[in-house]
Design a protein around this ligand. Structure first.
Ligand SMILES: NC(=O)C1=CN([C@@H]2O[C@H](COP(=O)(O)OP(=O)(O)OC[C@H]3O[C@@H](n4cnc5c(N)ncnc54)[C@H](OP(=O)(O)O)[C@@H]3O)[C@@H](O)[C@H]2O)C=CC1
Ligand SMILES: CC(C)(CO)C(=O)C(=O)O
Length: 300
């Protein structure tokens, strides 16, 4: 099987590493020539939770259009970078399934406008952190849920059987609902970790942050009837525990002076709640705090 992964950041490198380990021929499409050169020269290194290292041989390119036919394209750039690749994605053959790995909700409608026959989305409950151009840290084992919004699921069933138990894949039914539930989890974790500059695990171990997570959760379940049964509080705790050592993607953005995904994650949840007549004052405060930090242009 030939798979191209677009974007060799935290999620892209981790996914590439596990796919390559399963015997899949993976090409990574990156935007910086120096990253492509390094990956082609030394391969991709994954540091596992126990400190062991796994090295995979991958092919890296900066040109998506010159690739031979692929069985799947995995899109692992951030939401804010998607607009830079939509044109290239539309130029890919219609029969190449596309798998979008972003957190948040805004990409859902946009991706479905592409011409490809099979469009799938994922909801990731693992942690990944970039160490350098060729090294990724696996920072918490968790499920990669895939939901096929349109098209054929055969390829994803094959993928599910091929990969490593350390990178479990499960198929979900309703892509939009799956993304919403993940956006709720991210709304509980990401803004707080970014504002307070703490790793995910500290949200549980610090009594004050735990209280804030509980307050946010209460607000969310009041606004969305039924949410308590599909995203029980125990899932929030489990995600923080499993990714305890991870720097959330929103904190990673802050530390690297990049614009975060606050609007596609928290902004989207706030807008949905407002449609139900709920303003979510605590979450709204954190939303504006993250935006204010970004607007200040701070550099760490
Ligand atoms: N990190 C995590 O633990 C988790 C992240 N997620 C989600 O996964 C998605 C990806 O996040 P993450 O991996 O952390 O982000 P990163 O910033 O680590 O990676 C994004 C990568 O995309 C690359 N990129 C940007 N534009 C292009 C382009 N035009 N062509 C090729 N590559 C490009 C960037 O390249 P460059 O290095 O050159 O800037 C960067 O390497 C996000 O939506 C995030 O919310 C979900 C769960 C966990
Ligand atoms: C799974 C989790 C919470 C891992 O940190 C994540 O989705 C993120 O960082 O964006």
């Amino acid at each position: 099987m030939n798979v191209v992964v677009i974007g060799a950041g935290a999620v892209g490198m981790l996914t590439t590493s596990f796919l390559a380990e399963a015997g899949i021929h993976v090409t990574v499409a990156v935007r910086r020539p120096e990253q492509a050169q390094e990956l082609n020269k030394v391969g991709l290194r994954r540091v596992n939770f126990d400190g062991t290292k796994t090295r995979s041989k991958v092919v890296a390119t900066t040109s998506l259009s010159t690739l031979p036919h692929q069985n799947l394209a995995v899109i692992a750039v951030k939401y804010g970078q998607l607009h830079t690749i939509y044109e290239e994605l539309s130029a890919l053959p219609k029969d190449i399934p596309l798998l979008f790995m972003q957190n948040g909700l805004a990409h859902y409608e946009e991706a479905l406008k592409l011409q490809q026959e099979t469009i799938a989305f994922s909801s990731i409950a693992f942690g990944a952190q970039v160490e350098n151009n060729t090294t990724v840290l696996h920072r918490g084992q968790g499920m990669c849920k895939i939901a096929i919004a349109r098209g054929d699921k055969t390829l994803f069933l094959r993928l599910q059987q091929m990969v490593n138990p350390a990178f479990p894949i499960t198929l979900a039914q309703n892509a939009e609902r799956m993304l919403f539930e993940k956006a709720v989890l991210n709304s509980l974790i990401n803004p707080l970790t970014s504002i307070l500059q703490v790793k995910n695990g500290e949200l549980l171990t610090n009594k004050q942050t735990f209280l804030l997570v509980q307050t946010l959760y209460k607000e969310l379940i009041d606004a969305f009837p039924g949410l308590e049964s599909t995203v029980p509080f125990s899932d929030v705790v489990a995600l923080c525990e499993k990714t305890a050592a991870n720097t959330s993607s929103m904190l990673a953005d802050r530390l690297n002076g990049r614009k975060s995904e606050i609007d596609t994650i928290v902004g989207a949840v706030l807008r949905k709640a407002l449609n139900n007549g709920h303003t979510l004052p605590t979450l709204r405060t954190f939303y504006h705090q993250v935006l204010a930090i970004e607007e200040s242009g701070e550099r760490n």
